[in-house]
Design a protein around this ligand. Structure first.
Ligand SMILES: NC(=O)c1ccc[n+]([C@@H]2O[C@H](COP(=O)([O-])OP(=O)(O)OC[C@H]3O[C@@H](n4cnc5c(N)ncnc54)[C@H](OP(=O)(O)O)[C@@H]3O)[C@@H](O)[C@H]2O)c1
Length: 264
């Protein structure tokens, strides 16, 4: 199949990063299946997408925190006879918390919505991939993660744990699926200027009696590139990881953080 006729599933497709990813992949000629919970937002997102060719944009609603919803999503995906060439998996955004010893029920709920549910969805997506490496047809999975995958942050206590779990899962899948021509890489984001993140910076600026730009300069003073990322930069990195650029790359965790992470 040519580069311009691939079918890519994007979860979290209506969010700040998902919207930019979908717009870029659509412009590059891919057919897309958008997934998230809110049907009205999915419909609006599909309607906004523009591409150069005859590719299709459709959506399937899913709540990744619910086994029943993921099962129904998987059935709908399989029923349409779709063959997937790529997946951009975004486990839902994790809230900041300094609570590093939450009660068992909190852990169960977090693992369900941020790990088990998204992983079940990914399994169903993998089951409808038909890569043929001998004919140059590879399938690519990009898991959107965060820098807590490699660096513990005090205010993201539960994210530290779950992002590490995803890194291990991605590496394990990369080993297991490589022979079939299925690549699994993660993209770990630092602060990215989505509308929600911009709003939260604005609130911090107001509380600190600063302008928005002053606050950004303060917050990014420990980032070598002295800036936050943009959703468009993330979208470009995703497109590249889905492209032939990664034909000999799998099991990698690419940091998209302006150099913030200090570890080698
Ligand atoms: N923005 C940043 O600075 C930043 C930094 C590091 C990592 N990240 C990671 O990047 C990813 C995307 O972040 P974002 O800023 O774009 O988030 P966002 O704007 O909050 O978007 C989240 C997306 O996920 C969907 N979603 C939320 N809960 C869901 C659920 N239970 N089941 C299915 N879909 C669900 C949302 O749609 P519905 O609500 O309709 O379901 C929406 O499409 C997340 O994994 C986040 O942790 C972001």
């Amino acid at each position: 199949m040519s580069e311009t006729s691939r079918v890519i599933l994007v979860t979290g497709a209506t969010g700040g990063i998902g919207s930019a990813v979908c717009a870029r992949l659509a412009q590059a000629g891919n057919s897309l299946i958008l997934a998230a919970r809110d049907i009205a937002k999915l419909q609006a997102a599909c309607a906004r997408l523009k591409g150069p060719g005859e590719q299709s944009f459709r959506w399937i609603s899913v709540d990744m925190s619910s086994d029943a919803s993921v099962l129904s999503f998987s059935r709908e995906l399989a029923a349409k006879g779709t063959v997937l060439d790529g997946v951009v998996l975004m486990p839902p955004q994790m809230r900041p918390t300094e609570e590093c010893q939450p009660p068992p029920d909190t852990w169960r709920q977090l693992f369900q919505s941020h790990f088990i549910g998204p992983l079940e969805l990914l399994k169903s997506a993998i089951s409808i991939m038909q890569p043929e490496p001998s004919q140059g047809r590879r399938a690519k999975i990009v898991i959107i993660s965060a820098i807590t995958s490699v660096q513990a942050l005090g205010n993201y206590a539960t994210s530290n744990v779950l992002r590490c779990a995803w890194l291990a899962q991605a590496k394990t899948l990369a080993f297991a699926l490589g022979e079939r021509g299925i690549h699994v890489n993660t993209l770990s984001l630092g602060g990215t200027l989505t509308p929600d993140y911009v709003a939260s910076i604005g609130q911090r600026a107001t509380r600190a009696g600063m302008t928005f730009d002053e606050r950004v300069a303060t917050e990014t003073s420990n980032i070598p590139l002295r800036k936050y990322g943009s959703p468009d930069e993330v979208a470009l990195a995703v497109e590249v990881l889905l492209s032939p650029f990664s034909d000999h790359i799998t099991g990698v965790n690419l940091l998209h953080d302006g150099g913030f992470t200090r570890a080698y």
